[in-house]
Design a protein around this ligand. Structure first.
Ligand code: TRP
Length: 491
């Protein structure tokens, strides 16, 4: 990668939030159900400290060396969200590159908890990034819509309501441009009752047995009065990362009892916001203990998108002025950015010309940094802003144009997503992909398990444990037969 990163955006990731040991100060809280930035002694919301969370959870920060390798291996310039560190951290991304380099397949997996039908740019950006990864690697993708999770965790939601959110969200996600040939999307409450989920279920029950209450309590802060569904749900989001949960994607039989060892061994890459990491630590810590072990899924973590109110704020479905929604009209977008976007400019025109603005805290600039691909243009805007040459209103105008274009393109695509299109994405089926075009492809074939493993009744090879159990059964049968023979001899 030759271009320098825009310093202003990169600097965000290094911003420290030193909480004072005084009254109103709080530390940042990041877990799958609660994301709160720290507050200072006066109760002012601070920026998230991403370096701290990465250090605390022992993830690796994405660095230039990794991105250079990414570019070498894939032949693609890293996405601006990698260059600008919106996706800032990872686990084992190198191993995925190793696999891809050798021409081996992996599974891309991401998801969304459908807690409302109002999707905003904070929701679409992770999917845009996932689509880009899929385009770059040309691999199969599963998208899990966890209506069960949201129902279990949100006191007020009813099942039919969350299910409807999931369907609407699925249409929004499809509008981002996913290819139905390579993408299987499922709504938990549907897939888990479809009959195609046998291997998912078997993986889930096995994984549930591996995880204790203490482990989920430790990972998620559950306690004695947490509903039991929440405890159990954790396992589902985990085993969704095992390729063996979806045999049909590889054209394998989903009705047979036996899971496939080859599929279990396929690696997985999960793009997600950093708050989802606790789930995947659980699967990374325990996947090798499965009868048919899976490799630790690799992760690529994003920061939280900046709310219109500024860093540390939250885009919220219940606050229309906190974010640009995908259903906003051009007029609404203009109004939101003009009257609600936090500005890093000066109070008056004279002051701004004299002192210059601060793009690092300027939300219109931050949003431009999400969407403007041209690094030079972005640097120029920041530079002119700092010098006071570019005015707040001008920065806002750039941002409004960019956002209006993005939302318009989305809405045009969304209008074409009919129920039939949705059903096609939701249908469990074999997917088609090519993987690394530079390496000759090794196909996963059915029943090519270790040659010594005996086959089960359906021709599927058995695992070591299954073989042991069979041997034991055979031993018992033999003893029974001997007894019967002895009894018969007596008579
Ligand atoms: N728990 C996630 C949420 O509430 C949804 C989800 C399921 C997910 N599987 C995932 C998110 C994998 C990222 C990656 O939004």
């Amino acid at each position: 990668m030759s271009e320098p990163e825009p310093p202003s955006v990169a600097a965000l990731s290094l911003a420290a939030t030193a909480a004072e040991p005084v009254s109103k100060a709080t530390v940042q809280e990041i877990n799958p159900w609660d994301v709160q930035a720290a507050t200072d002694a006066d109760g002012n919301v601070q920026e998230f400290d991403y370096a701290a969370i990465s250090a605390q959870w022992a993830t690796k920060l994405i660095d230039d060396a990794l991105l250079a390798r990414f570019e070498r291996v894939t032949g693609h310039k890293p996405h601006r969200w990698l260059r600008r560190r919106l996706f800032f951290s990872h686990r084992d991304l190198e191993l995925i590159l190793d696999k891809y380099e050798k021409g081996e397949d992996f599974l891309l997996y991401t998801g969304r908890g459908p807690s409302s039908d109002a999707m905003h740019i904070g929701h679409t950006i992770p999917f845009e990034f996932t689509k880009w990864l899929q385009d770059v690697f040309d691999v199969p993708l599963v998208i899990m819509l966890t209506d069960d999770e949201k129902y279990l965790f949100k006191e007020k939601l009813k099942q039919p309501e969350v299910y409807e959110f999931a369907r609407q969200n699925a249409k929004d996600i499809i509008s981002i441009g996913f290819d139905p040939k390579k993408t299987f999307m499922y709504i938990d409450s549907e897939f888990f009752t479809s009959g195609f989920n046998r291997h998912f279920n078997l993986n889930n029950t096995e994984f549930e047995k591996l995880i204790t209450n203490n482990q989920v309590r430790g990972a998620f802060g559950f306690h004695g009065s947490t509903n039991i569904g929440s405890n159990a749900f954790a396992s589902k989001q985990c085993v969704a990362a095992f390729a063996s949960s979806y045999p049909f994607i590889w054209g394998q039989d989903h009705k047979t009892y036996y899971r496939s060892k080859q599929l279990a061994a396929i690696p997985c890459l999960i793009p997600c916001a950093i708050d989802q990491d606790p789930y995947f630590r659980l699967v990374r810590e325990n996947c090798s203990r499965m009868d048919l072990p899976s490799p630790k899924p690799a992760l690529i973590h994003s920061k939280f998108l900046t709310a219109l109110q500024g860093a540390g704020g939250k885009m919220s479905a219940s606050n229309p002025n906190s974010a640009i929604f995908m259903s906003d009209t051009p007029k609404e977008i203009k109004k939101k950015i003009n009257s609600h976007a936090f500005s890093g400019g000066q109070e008056t025109l004279e002051l701004h010309r004299e002192k210059g603005g601060n793009p690092d805290i300027d939300v219109p600039y931050q949003y431009l940094a999400y969407f403007e691909d041209d690094d030079d243009k972005l640097l120029r805007l920041a530079d002119e802003y700092r010098k006071g040459e570019l005015l707040t209103g001008e920065m806002k105008k750039e941002c409004i144009d960019m956002m209006t274009q993005y939302v318009k393109k989305f809405q045009e695509a969304r209008a074409k997503v009919t129920d039939e299109v949705l059903e096609e994405f939701l249908r469990p089926r074999q997917l088609e992909w090519r993987g690394n075009p530079r390496v000759e492809k090794k196909k996963v074939e059915e029943n090519t398990e270790s040659e010594t493993a005996p086959a089960g009744a359906d021709g599927q090879p058995l695992t070591k444990n299954q073989q042991k159990k069979l041997a034991k059964l055979a031993e018992q049968e033999k003893k029974k037969a001997e007894k019967a023979a002895a009894a018969a001899a007596k008579n």
